[in-house]
Ligand binder design. Structure first.
Ligand SMILES: NC(=O)c1ccc[n+]([C@@H]2O[C@H](COP(=O)([O-])OP(=O)(O)OC[C@H]3O[C@@H](n4cnc5c(N)ncnc54)[C@H](O)[C@@H]3O)[C@@H](O)[C@H]2O)c1
Length: 458
């Protein structure tokens, strides 16, 4: 038998039935560590706190740790602050900056740090590898490790598991258990998604891991658990969800452009088409952003390149969606009606990657700015009701939450993110400035001046 870290008391998940395990979770004998208190980790930690668990939150960011210790999160996710505050008060929530100590003290360890893209469009696994290594150094017999980010197929088995086994000296299925559980949240209603909306997808490194994973997740997911036969399939399942949406959005973009040319309102046609149960056409728009939808197809494409498999539709969908900022900028600049773009001030509505969130990761607004700069726009301002600062914006670009300031003296407004605050906008509120609606959310009848919208005939 290989040696492992046995500092903390051995509390093995495998030996318990559901009731016993639930008791140990509620008593704090079986603790849960969540690594990465971001958009995924903080609602997951909250869901476990709601279930009565004792949760250890771990992060590498001093700001995130400081906030968590005050019962706050930087992620504006409903219910998280309340869960953290209550957890601190009743001593169910502790915040650690030492990831190894957290692993020593906890029994289920959930890896919720990001997997983004490298410059060459492969998965950047640095953060998950780093966390796996720290967990391994505190791993004990009977512990459970759960990988939660979306990753290329094979990552759990070929990358993370070897780190855990090598650095702990323990063997999976024999000494500890490993599960892969892809998170299925939609930002802005993440806790509800985890607890109420979807069944949890659970897979394991072997039958014992799967069994324990299913037991554990059925304690937070009211819709239950979908058991997947192996981790590679569960990893692929999550990517399929993302690729489906990316390709579907690309189709919507293509059809929206087609409709504009033939003088048809795409939105009206779409609504009617989707009344047929086999039609689920998504919404077109100025671009696909966020840490998920534009990223997952790249995981597939990168793996497909290595395996020499054609994934033409996935690739084409990505290309179509990537071309949308340039397309929309061209459509919008036509509204300048001959005015020289190099003399124009252009206001962008929305910096978040979509409406209702403050997350700016891979936001299409950055691409729109790039396109406007390429075309020589004199001045670019950005308005966002939720994003108040952004180190990624060039210093010459003004970011404001005041609509009046954003549109003062502007020659053109381009709506990029569909924040709910923008939906009721009308000509007067935008000072009569020409408007291009890159999300198709504005009511054309409220604009008597120059106005154009994606998917609507001009
Ligand atoms: N955001 C979503 O809506 C969503 C939905 C489903 C799945 N996912 C998946 O979840 C992953 C995580 O996404 P997120 O949105 O929560 O990211 P995030 O950036 O919001 O949060 C990640 C947190 O991890 C911390 N962190 C980074 N490296 C660390 C390290 N080495 N050690 C400890 N902490 C570290 C960061 O400080 C941050 O607080 C994504 O890569 C994605 O695959 C995200």
């Amino acid at each position: 038998m290989k040696k492992g870290n046995t500092k903390a008391r051995v509390v093995s998940a495998s030996k318990h039935n559901n009731t016993e395990l639930a008791k140990k979770i509620k008593s704090g004998e079986f603790k849960i560590a969540v690594y990465g208190l971001g958009h995924v980790g903080s609602p997951l930690a909250s869901a476990w706190l709601h279930a009565g668990a004792h949760v250890i939150g771990v992060d590498k960011s001093p700001r995130v740790l400081e906030n968590a210790r005050k019962g706050k999160t930087h992620v504006p996710e409903p219910g998280v602050n309340e869960a953290f505050t209550k957890g601190l008060k009743n001593k169910h929530f502790a915040v650690y900056d030492d990831p190894v100590k957290a692993s020593q003290d906890a029994h289920l360890k959930m890896i919720c740090v990001p997997v983004l893209l490298t410059d060459s469009f492969s998965a950047d696994l640095a953060a998950v590898k780093q966390v796996a290594s720290a967990i391994a150094r505190g791993l004990k017999k009977g512990d459970v490790v759960s990988l939660n980010p979306s990753v290329p197929p094979g990552t759990s088995e070929d990358v993370i598991l070897p780190i855990l086994e090598k650095e702990s000296g323990l063997r999976v299925e024999q000494d500890f258990f490993m599960i892969y559980n892809p998170e299925r949240i939609y930002e802005g209603r993440a806790i509800e998604d985890i607890e109420e909306r979807y069944p949890a997808i659970v897979s394991g490194a072997g039958p014992k891991s799967l069994e324990i994973g299913a037991k554990l997740y059925s304690m937070v997911a009211k819709k239950g658990v979908i058991r997947i036969s192996n981790m590679r399939t569960a990893e692929t399942e999550k990517l399929l969800e993302g690729v489906y949406r990316d390709v579907n959005i690309a189709l919507a973009n293509e059809m929206a452009k087609f409709c504009e040319k033939v003088g048809v309102n795409f939105w009206e046609a779409r609504e009617a088409a989707n009344s047929q149960p086999f039609s689920h056409i998504h919404k077109p728009g100025v671009g696909v952003g966020g840490a998920c939808i534009p990223v997952y197809p790249q995981f597939i494409l990168h793996t497909a390149d290595i395996q020499k498999v054609d994934c033409n539709i996935t690739r084409l969908g990505r290309n179509v969606n990537d071309s949308m900022p340039a397309y929309c900028v061209d459509q919008a600049l036509r509204l300048l009606d001959g005015m020289d773009v190099s003399q124009s001030a252009i206001t962008l509505l929305g910096l978040a990657f979509r409406g209702g969130v403050s997350d700016t990761r891979l936001s299409p607004t950055y691409k729109v700015i790039e396109e406007l700069k390429k075309r020589g726009a004199k001045e670019i301002r950005v308005h966002d009701p939720l994003v108040t600062s952004d180190p990624n914006l060039a210093p010459d670009i003004v970011l404001t939450s005041s609509l009046a300031q954003a549109i003062k003296g502007a020659d053109l407004v381009i709506l990029v993110a569909d924040h709910p605050e923008y939906r009721g906008l009308a000509q007067e509120k935008l000072g009569g400035v020409p408007v291009y609606d890159g999300r198709g959310v504005l009511d054309k009848s409220k604009f008597s001046g120059r106005f154009a919208s994606i998917g609507k005939p001009s």
